[in-house]
Design a protein around this ligand. Structure first.
Ligand SMILES: [Fe+2]
Length: 159
């Protein structure tokens, strides 16, 4: 089993644990499951297209909302996830320190859709916006719209 699946499985086990405990949440755990797996797939293909490490991108996308998953809160979830995600990834034993840092940083910065970050960070942000679009979630913020326009422009060029 590759590292993406191993880490996703660890995340799914944790989500199941949170489900057993039960808590007030801004988003359902079922949405977190779908969003994690689906973003991971989108990130993988965006990375292939951009010549970025696709495995790292897929892992980063699958855990980018870790902060919201463990706290249940949308507000400030990207920053809140940074430290706990570093621990989660280190404990997985599947990633080196630099890989952990790169993924945790991408998760911490993923809500800043108007800013340009590392290639992995950009893939997380783009995959996030694409998923919202594909699942019919309203895209209201200007920086999200700009990102989606840019992505769709690229898709038109490729097609
Ligand atoms: Fe998020």
């Amino acid at each position: 089993m590759n590292r993406t699946y191993k880490i996703q499985r660890k995340l799914m086990v944790q989500i199941a644990e949170l489900e057993r405990i039960g808590m007030q949440r801004d988003t359902s755990l079922n949405w977190e499951r779908i969003h994690s797996v689906s973003c991971s797939r989108s990130g993988y293909f965006l990375a292939l297209e951009r010549g970025v490490d696709a495995e790292l991108a897929a892992i980063a996308c699958s855990v980018h909302d870790y902060g919201r998953i463990i706290t249940g809160k949308q507000l400030g979830h990207a920053e809140a996830g940074y430290e706990p995600l570093r621990r989660f990834l280190m404990e997985s034993g599947h990633l080196g320190r630099e890989e952990v840092e790169s993924i945790a940083q991408a998760a911490r910065n993923h809500s800043r859709k108007g800013e340009t970050g590392t290639p992995i960070e950009e893939i997380v942000k783009d995959a996030d916006v694409l998923e919202c679009y594909w699942y019919g979630i309203a895209i209201e913020k200007d920086e999200y719209k700009r990102r989606l326009d840019r992505l769709q422009g690229r898709f038109r060029q490729i097609a």
